[in-house]
Write a protein that binds this ligand. Structure first.
Ligand SMILES: O=C(O)CCC(=O)C(=O)O
Ligand SMILES: [Fe+2]
Length: 374
């Protein structure tokens, strides 16, 4: 979402009640650069906390020092005006849904709810992130097939704690008969981690740890500008989902980490990267890659890398998925037709066009040469 000068609207209906409802309040045209904005990470909001911190500098001077909740409420009203009506009520309903869960669900392991690098990540991963160079990233990962990166990320203890938190959440769901929303249309089981309080932690995971990698590995699909996420777990086995059909993710970059437990089967199969237009085209032999999950190991790939998961034939498999999105990339994509920098089929078509242009030029040159020597 971008707030251009010309888009800025009157905020007269914003606020609803209390101090922030004054009809004359408008956003400033230029930000107050001296003002140090509040953090909004710990609030349940329908937009990224960063948007609130950025927008705060545009608040009218009289509002800069009002309580944070009032500022958030005022800004939220403004931001909601930029959503189409249907989406606005969907967003409102989802907010209420989350609020209800968070007010009633008692987390089991509070230490999971904010990122603690020393206890979450394995040392090799932390070192690479701290070095922050392409060389350091590549030194901890393998790329068994173009665009699919594998590396150790989570400590065993972190995986176990997260599994136990998820079990605890599901126990609460069963006991209270709370109807939860599943991660997406393809899963009957699993849970959205963002919905029961892990959103801020996962946002930090994306910003501090996945975006630096994606900036280098997936620059052409907005890897440097990932700014929102959908974080969830999928669960397979007896009494759970069995497999997952062939699909692309609603993400620019996907992090998939197996948390455990004991299982067989469940391999991921990859079949090349495709844009929307080419999503159903065939794959070439070099695009075929199968991967067997290893608990604690990350698989990082573009969301448009076509894939699916084979049946988990025994035991239980639980995987953490972080679909990372870039609003900038999505906006730019609307004005483009050629995705040869990442779509396997666009790239093949482009090479084919170049090949036939060269062939036609050569033919023309031969023809002219023939004419001049005749
Ligand atoms: O089962 C898996 O590990 C893959 C899940 C997946 O691809 C997804 O949820 O988008
Ligand atoms: Fe997927």
């Amino acid at each position: 979402m971008s707030l251009h000068g010309s888009d800025r609207r009157d905020t007269s209906s914003a606020g609803g009640n209390g101090t922030v409802a004054a009809a004359s309040l408008r956003l400033r045209l230029n930000p107050n650069k001296e003002h140090k904005p509040d953090g909004y990470e710990d609030l349940q909001l329908d937009f990224s906390p960063n948007i609130f911190s950025s927008l705060e500098r545009y608040l009218p001077p009289s509002m800069l020092n009002v309580p944070r909740d009032d500022k958030a409420k005022f800004m939220r009203e403004i931001l909601l005006k930029y959503l189409p009506l249907g989406e606005r009520s969907r967003s409102q309903k989802h907010r209420e849904y989350r609020q209800k869960i968070i007010e009633n669900y008692q987390p089991l392991h509070r230490e999971l709810y904010s990122v603690n690098p020393a206890t979450f990540f394995v040392p090799s991963f932390l070192r690479a992130i701290n070095d922050n160079t392409e060389q350091s990233f590549r030194s901890i990962m393998s790329e068994p097939s173009p665009g699919i990166f594998l590396f150790d990320i989570f400590q065993t203890n972190f995986c176990e704690l997260l599994l136990s938190e998820i079990e605890n959440f599901e126990k609460w769901v069963t006991e209270t008969k709370f109807r939860i929303m599943r991660p997406n249309t393809m899963n009957k089981y699993g849970a959205v981690l963002d919905d029961f309080g892990l959103e801020t932690m996962l946002d930090k995971l994306m910003e501090g740890f996945i975006r630096p990698l994606s900036r280098v590995l997936f620059a052409e699909v907005g890897g440097a500008t990932l700014d929102s996420h959908h974080g969830f777990v999928v669960e397979y086995g007896k009494d759970r989902d069995v497999d997952l059909g062939f699909h692309v993710d609603d993400s620019e970059v996907t992090l998939n980490v197996c948390l455990g437990k004991q299982f067989s089967g469940g391999e991921l199969f990859f079949r090349g990267i495709r844009c929307e237009k080419h999503v159903n085209t065939g794959s070439r032999p070099e695009e075929i890659f199968d991967y067997s999950h290893v608990p604690g190991q990350a698989v990082l790939h573009r969301g448009r890398h076509r894939h699916g998961a084979r049946a988990t034939t025994s035991g239980n498999r639980v995987n953490l998925l972080l679909w990372c999105r870039s609003s900038v990339f999505r906006e730019m994509k609307r004005y483009q037709k050629d995705f040869s920098s990442w779509c396997g089929e666009c790239s093949r078509e482009k090479k084919e066009r170049q090949r036939s242009t060269i062939a036609a030029t050569k033919l023309e040159l031969f023809r002219r040469e023939g004419e001049s020597t005749a």
